[in-house]
Ligand binder design. Structure first.
Ligand code: PHE
Length: 345
């Protein structure tokens, strides 16, 4: 069977040279398929003389099995090679740092308000909430602010276009958190200690230290025998904790219609330690908290008898405190929505 051996050799070579599955299937059809050469040879065995049939059949079957196995192996090998090559092309470098998932940030003012509130809570203060839209009565009259006070001017306050209510007066965006004092006294009996953080609004030109909107934290403590000494102790404790260091303060006489006596609490500039710098305008001190003993007229407006009760109140500008804490030189950054600025906190 010379011819058979030659055929085996030729087909084997074709199988070896085939480099994809499609070609291998074609080779299979060509030689081992129903009409393929090998199958034709199998069929032709019958025509051989009887004594030669067995030998020829054995030989052809051997070649057929050999080629069949060879094709199967080559198909398998080709498939594996293709998968391997694809894998190499889509190689994943597991040492590349992952993409950071962007998460939101808590605004530095909110963070600071939360930490301030926590410090006051540790001293027994609870949180009271007020309204951002107030009436003239709560924002001014009940706080003993005279009718002709310049704060009531259109230049200083945002007035709402609304009918005037005879008892409550016009509506406005509150210009301080002090109105919360009145709301709280109306509904609660002393003794009490409260803080009320929130947004306030002033109709004024903006610059690095002024904005039309900022945050205050109002404080009020009413009881029997509450004094300015208590105020000083509370403020000292608060500032030391808020800034995480010993903060020096001084009390200066001042004037607010709703406190008597009134004081301005300055803190020794944390930037220059009192030597004088641009932050403190070379004075060494920063004006940060307005305070005083609650005026008897204010206690009365809140429904309390000033003969029995007295207390202190204070209002601090949160933005200023946060600016000092983080050395931020422009208040407008808080309200600009600048991600680069906000991401730092
Ligand atoms: N409401 C005052 C202000 O906005 C601050 C203050 C509050 C002063 C309470 C005295 C008592 O400046």
């Amino acid at each position: 069977m010379e011819g058979l051996n030659l055929l085996k050799k030729n087909i084997s070579k074709k199988i070896e040279n085939a480099d994809d599955v499609k070609k291998l299937n074609e080779i299979f059809q060509e030689y081992l398929g129903k009409k393929g050469e090998i199958m034709q040879a199998v069929k032709s065995i019958g025509k051989l003389p009887k004594e030669k049939r067995a030998k020829a059949g054995k030989e052809i079957n051997e070649v057929k099995d050999f080629l069949q196995t060879k094709i199967d192996e080559k198909i398998q090998e080709t498939k594996e090679r293709i998968i391997k090559e694809a894998g190499e092309k889509e190689w994943i470098d597991i040492t590349i740092p992952g993409k950071r998932i962007k998460t939101g940030y808590i605004h530095p003012l909110t963070q600071s308000i939360r930490s301030a509130v926590e410090i006051f809570q540790s001293m027994g203060f609870s949180v009271a909430e007020g309204l951002e839209i107030e009436t003239e009565w709560y924002n001014f009259d009940a706080l003993n602010v005279p009718k002709d006070h310049p704060a009531r001017d259109v230049q200083d306050t945002f007035w709402l276009k609304q009918e005037k209510d005879n008892k409550q007066g016009k509506k406005l965006m509150r210009c301080h958190t002090s109105a919360v004092q009145i709301h709280y006294m109306e509904k609660n009996n002393p003794p009490f200690r409260i803080v009320a953080p929130g947004k306030v609004f002033r109709h004024e030109a903006t610059d690095a230290s002024h904005d039309v909107q900022f945050h205050q934290l109002e404080g009020m403590m009413v009881g029997k025998g509450v004094s300015l000494a208590n105020l000083k102790a509370v403020i000292n404790e608060f500032l030391d904790n808020f800034f995480n260091k010993k903060v020096e303060i001084r009390l200066r006489p001042s004037y607010f219609p709703f406190t008597e006596p009134s004081v301005e609490i300055d803190i020794k500039c944390l930037n220059c330690k009192g030597k004088g710098c641009s932050v403190c305008k070379k004075t060494g001190w920063l004006e940060t908290i307005g305070a005083g003993m609650v005026h008897p007229n204010v206690l009365k407006a809140g429904g309390l008898n000033p003969k029995f009760w007295q207390g202190f109140a204070f209002g601090m500008g949160i933005d200023r405190l946060v600016m000092m804490k983080y050395k931020i030189d422009d208040i407008r950054l808080f309200y600009s929505g600048d991600i680069k600025f906000l991401e730092q906190f």
